[in-house]
Design a protein. Sequence first.
Length: 210
Amino acid sequence: MVRVLCVCLAVVCVMLAGGCRSTAQEPTDVAGPSVGQAITCPFTVYSEWGSAENHFVPEGWMGDVADVAFDDNHKLDPERPSVIRIQYTPSGSAQFAGIYWWDPAGGNWAEVDGGFDLSCAKKLTFWARGERGGEKAEFKVGGLRGTYQCSLQPAVSTGPIALTESWAQYTIALDGKPLDHILSGFAWVTSKVQNPEGAVIYLDDIRFEP
Ligand SMILES: [Ca+2]
């Protein structure tokens, strides 16, 4: 009878794990509130300029940064109040350019921990188009590595894709990937080899989906 009672208490204790733990050993949140915070999907990277739903910031510029003109409050058509416009004009010596969207703001190549637990996601989807069609670029999730690092290593990429002049939705499959600590939610990369004459691309509705 005593043993049965003990088992029952153990089961109740497991069921009320949070409560039991709080009386036995107080959890210490040393990492801060934004580190690996669990969230629900869909989880937006970008929908509209200034939206409170947006997560990750486009601060991780790389390559020939002077060759990039970036506007995430661009008006293109009435159906989409704001989209991201990226103009790449190859003239620098690196002959490529790109941008990581990372968390937290000011993270400076993962010198500061942050990010989100995106285990709810099975894919990242985004809409993209080129100004004329044929613009080539690569898009990625994860892969950021510094003092801290994304749980997703290496990044999962679309590989170089050629955009069309009309909007199309693209998907990066993430099912089964370690997404519990994502510091870089999205990245764009392109090169002079891919776009000898430069490229203007548009992006919208970037989000993690269940
Ligand atoms: Ca939009």
